[in-house]
Design a protein around this ligand. Structure first.
Ligand SMILES: NC(=O)c1ccc[n+]([C@@H]2O[C@H](COP(=O)([O-])OP(=O)(O)OC[C@H]3O[C@@H](n4cnc5c(N)ncnc54)[C@H](O)[C@@H]3O)[C@@H](O)[C@H]2O)c1
Length: 254
């Protein structure tokens, strides 16, 4: 009997949006569990700093900058990562953007950027990496959705559309790729105290109203999300696919 373990030694993990917030915590958590890390985002300086922090802990990491608002750039980045490592065992699709505004004020540019980063580039990165995982008949894909992908939240029309779409994409790929030994799941956090979370919930009245609706009575820390990602990246979750795990203090339990 081999007992379940969170050990990721010998695995290669790619994390998008790794430069700050939740993605940074995911990269450090997976590295701490033993994985080699490919960190990607736009900000080269922040990525460099992350990679040297991981290397300082005696683990292996590289960074590849890419702008996910440009799908061609995103696909190039995924192909480059595969060229360097030959395979990716764990893909964490974390990069995301949010431009909170009433539906009547949403511009085409804000809509397109939200879709490009949160869903279109994510899909085509997953297609590139998925093909390689299929060759190896194994892989773990974790999509960072949101509570806003499960329930509607005012002033988040484009964001909710992208994150709800991501949950259904997760389910479709789980059905299509299960036969290749690939697990694909989504995580749906509540407000997490990162640059994005702070910006979106800076209005004290809206912030208090949101907090009131969270049964556990607090917003999340990046580590609340990276712990769940670690579980989904590890062999402890081998029979879980197509699932959505809310990390929302009970917000969507109502
Ligand atoms: N913070 C929250 O309250 C919250 C709640 C639920 C879900 N999420 C989701 O979690 C994920 C991470 O969010 P966060 O709070 O850490 O956000 P953040 O703004 O702190 O960090 C976002 C990350 O995505 C990257 N990114 C953004 N646009 C990009 C682009 N065009 N090209 C490449 N990379 C890009 C950034 O470089 C950064 O590394 C997102 O998908 C977000 O939607 C966040």
């Amino acid at each position: 009997m081999v007992y379940p373990s969170f050990d990721l030694s010998g695995k290669v993990a790619m994390v998008t949006g790794a430069s700050k917030g939740i993605g940074r915590s995911i990269a450090l958590t997976l590295a701490n569990a033993g994985a080699d890390i490919i960190a990607t985002a736009r900000n080269e300086e922040e990525l460099k700093e992350l990679v040297s922090e991981i290397k300082g802990k005696g683990k292996n990491a590289i960074y590849i900058p890419a702008d996910l608002n440009n799908t061609e750039d995103a696909v190039k980045m995924a192909n480059k990562a595969l060229e360097i490592f030959g395979r990716i065992d764990i893909l964490v699709n974390n990069a995301g953007v949010s431009f909170p505004q009433p539906a009547l004020e949403v511009t085409e540019e804000a809509w397109d950027t939200t879709m490009n980063v949160n869903i279109k580039s994510l899909f085509f990165i997953t297609q590139v990496v998925g093909k390689k995982m299929i060759e190896h008949k194994k892989g773990k894909i974790i999509n960072i959705s949101s509570q806003a992908g499960i329930v509607g939240i005012e002033d988040h029309s484009a964001y909710c559309t992208s994150k709800g779409g991501l949950i259904l994409l997760t389910k479709v790929l789980a059905i299509e790729w299960g036969k290749y030994g690939i697990n694909i799941n989504a995580v749906a956090p509540t407000v997490i105290l990162t640059p994005m979370g702070e910006k979106a919930w800076s209005d004290p009245e809206k912030r208090a109203k949101m907090l009131e609706q969270i049964p556990l009575g607090r917003f999340g820390y990046p580590e609340d999300v990276s712990g769940t990602v670690l579980f989904l990246a590890s062999s402890a979750s081998d029979l879980i696919t197509g699932a959505v795990i809310p990390v929302d203090g009970g917000y969507t339990a109502r």
